[in-house]
Design a protein around this ligand. Sequence first.
Ligand code: 16G
Length: 245
Amino acid sequence: YTEKKIDKEGVVPIYYQLKTMIKEQVEGGRWKPDDMIPSERELSEKYKISRATVRQAINELVQEGILYRKRGMGTYVAKPKINQGLTKLTSFTSDMQRRGHKPGSKVLHMKVVPPSKKAAEALMLDAEDEVVELFRLRLADDEPMAIEKTFLPLEKVSPLLNDSLENKSLYAELKEKCNLDLVQATQTIEISYPDQTEAQFLGIRENEPVLLIERTTFLENSIPIEYVCSLYRADRYKFTIEMKA
Ligand code: 16G
C-alpha cells in the first residue's frame, strides 16, 4: 500500500482530498470501527497542510457519520451503517438477528385510542373504531436505532393487550397471539428532522436528519393490519433496493 499525496496545485480542494483519503482508509478496513485516528496536529504535519484544512475534512466526516468525536479524547472511526434490504417483508427483530446484532425494544407507551386521520385512512377504519397505539424505541446492541409509532385495529389485535411487548417482536406476537399472517406492505422513505424529544430518544442532536418511514402492512386479501410511522437514524441506517429489468 502506497500513501497517496495531496495535490496542492490541482483544482480539487485540499480538505476534500484529505477527506477522500481518510474515507478510503475506513472503507478499505485499514482503520477499524472505534480506532482512534491521528490528531489534527499529526495530520497537518504529515501532509504539510493547515490545521483549519484538516479540521474541515474531519468535521465533514463527523457530520456524515464516518467518524465520531469523544470529548477531550480524540476522533474515532464510526461503525458502518446497518444495511437493510427492501425486498422482503421482515421485522426489525429478524433483520437485526440476521445481521448478528442483538435486537431490543423499549415500550414508551401502549394504549387504546381513536385513530388519527392518517391511521384511519391507512387501516380503512371509521372514526368510531379504536386502535392500539404502540410507541417503541428500537435498539441494536443496546444502541437506539429508531422510534416507531404503530397503529393496529383493536378488533383484530386485542390479545396483545394482555402482555408487555418489551423486547419482543410485534410480528411474532401477531402471529402467535392473534393468528395473523402478514403478507405484504407498502412503504415510503423520506428525509425528516426529529424534534427535541425524538432526538433525545434516538441519542442524536436535534435537527440532525433522520429517515421518516411509513409502512402499511396487509394480511391476505389486502386487509390492512398495521400502520407504522417511524424515524430511523440516518447516520446508522441505510436501505438497499433490488431491481430487476
Ligand atoms: C420494522 C418495520 C416496522 C415493523 C417492525 C416490526 C421498517 C422501516 N419498519 O421495524 O414497520 O412494525 O419492523 O418489528 O422496516 P418487530 O417484529 O421486531 O417488533
